[in-house]
Design a protein around this ligand. Structure first.
Ligand code: HAM
Length: 436
């Protein structure tokens, strides 16, 4: 027995491959529904594409090496730097706003844990060239539409949303100096994982008083926008961010996804490039890691391609979403791959069976026919094992009268009809159109 796949890598046997395809169909359908166009980029990129902007966590997880030409390269751990480069280098030629999506396989040398593998597929949905909050609302609507299309409603999944500009404004309003903001963001990011003493220490080490630290942490935990409005009345920067949020909420209502929304200032997003509204999707029971994460990153195109263009997007992985769908019984089992089994009743009719199979494939049916002589009993079993919906018997009837027998394999009764070959193709076509 040879060694299995590397740790954190998956073999996709047909059953799991068909689940992957089911998910990809939902991803594609939702993104296309909002007018997004599909693209792809190289799976191997120059190492410095990531070391510049991705943030320490991802850089520490890179699969990188020197290629035979002496170049420092890395397997892509995320899609954002690639798409930012692609858009920046054609910025003038593209119709704005640019709405693009992709479903790349990504590679991160992660510590093994639930919901984290060393490769995963990630739906990336990004918008370029629009600074208005309407783009932020549309982006979240795409993510929520995927949830809905997968059968996950607002009781199953929550979109936890914050705005980095609002959090900065609040922290500044409380008296956190600019040079301590990044440490304060770091503390907020750890709010669910560290105790109060450790969190406060992150502030005080950066020169912020304990009193301010405690107040800031309490405000983030409460994430009560009415209270913020009262506490920061007259504070222009906070008011501006809150007004933007009001418009965001109104648009999410219009998109029909407002029930997914949960305001949560503790969502900071680890990646270094985010600048505005940020969000993560979680299962409502809090049993799984993030399903999806993203937000606005208005400065990345400038940093990577010297182009001043606002941008925002999200990444949704297949691993956590797949686990959640399975846990909630919403992931379909591998679907049947065969519509019709064409059975020669004896070896004499094998070629006729191939001809019948060919005629059925031409009307769009998925057809299997045996590759060796088999008794009808064996063929019936094989047809059932293949998940075939019906079986067509090819024998003397076809030779003498141009007829075949067609038997329905679903249900217990299994109706059987004798039908001229010419009508069989129409009947199979109609049966295919009638089944989902
Ligand atoms: P991210 O938060 O690193 O963001 O990843 C987004 C999602 O991908 C996560 O919420 C998770 O579902 C999935 N994911 C990430 N790493 C793994 C892993 N090792 N195993 C399984 N699933 C994983 C980004 O990657 C950003 N570039 C997203 C983005 C696109 N921002 C703007 N546009």
């Amino acid at each position: 027995m040879s060694a299995g796949a590397l740790p954190g890598f998956r073999d996709f046997y047909p059953e799991s491959f068909s689940q992957r395809s089911w998910l990809f169909d939902r991803w594609r359908h939702a993104a296309r529904g909002f007018g997004f166009q599909e693209y792809d980029g190289p799976p191997l990129e120059p190492l410095d594409l990531y070391t510049k902007k991705s943030g320490d966590e991802i850089v520490g997880q890179l699969y990188n090496f020197e290629d035979k030409g002496g170049r420092a390269v890395a397997l892509r751990p995320e899609m954002t730097p690639t798409v930012a480069r692609m858009v920046a280098s054609k910025a003038n030629a593209l119709r704005k706003p640019v709405r693009w999506f992709s479903m790349p396989q990504l590679f991160r040398y992660e510590r093994q844990q639930k919901g984290r593998l060393r490769e995963h597929f990630q739906l990336n949905v990004d918008i370029f060239g629009e600074a208005d909050v309407s783009a932020d609302a549309e982006l979240l609507a795409v993510a929520c539409t995927v949830m809905r299309d997968c059968g996950l409603g607002p009781d199953d999944v929550k979109a936890r949303v914050s705005d980095r500009r609002l959090l900065s404004a609040i922290l500044r309003g409380l008296g956190v100096p600019d040079e301590a903001l990044s440490a304060a963001f770091g503390a907020v990011d750890k709010i669910e994982r560290e105790d109060q003493v450790a969190l406060v220490k992150r502030f005080t080490t950066a020169g912020v008083s304990e009193e301010v630290a405690v107040k800031a942490l309490a405000m983030v935990r409460a994430s009560d926008f009415d209270a913020l409005r009262r506490d920061f009345a007259g504070h222009a920067e906070v008011e501006e961010a809150l007004t933007r949020f009001d418009e965001y909420r109104a648009l999410l209502t219009a998109h029909g996804v407002i029930d997914y929304l949960q305001l949560d200032l503790s969502i900071v997003r680890g990646l270094a490039y985010y600048t505005g509204i940020v969000f993560e999707l979680f299962d409502a029971k809090g049993e799984f890691r993030a399903i999806c994460g993203g937000g606005r990153y208005d400065n990345l195109l400038q940093a990577l391609g010297g182009v001043d263009m606002p941008a925002l997007g999200f990444g949704m992985g297949d691993v956590v979403l797949g686990e959640l769908l399975k846990a909630r019984g919403k992931m379909p089992l591998g679907s049947a791959d065969v519509d019709v089994w064409v059975a020669p009743v004896t070896a004499e009719f094998r070629r006729s069976a191939v001809e019948v199979a060919t005629a059925l494939r031409r009307v769009g049916a998925r057809v299997e026919t045996p590759l060796r002589d088999q008794s009808l009993g064996k063929q019936m079993k094989a047809a059932n094992a293949a998940g075939a919906r019906s079986i067509v018997f090819v024998g003397e009837g076809l030779r003498d009268r141009g007829e075949v027998e067609w038997k329905d394999l679903r249900g217990t009764e299994g109706t059987q009809t004798v039908i001229p070959l010419a009508r069989l193709t129409d009947a199979v076509k109609a049966a295919l159109a009638a089944t989902p």
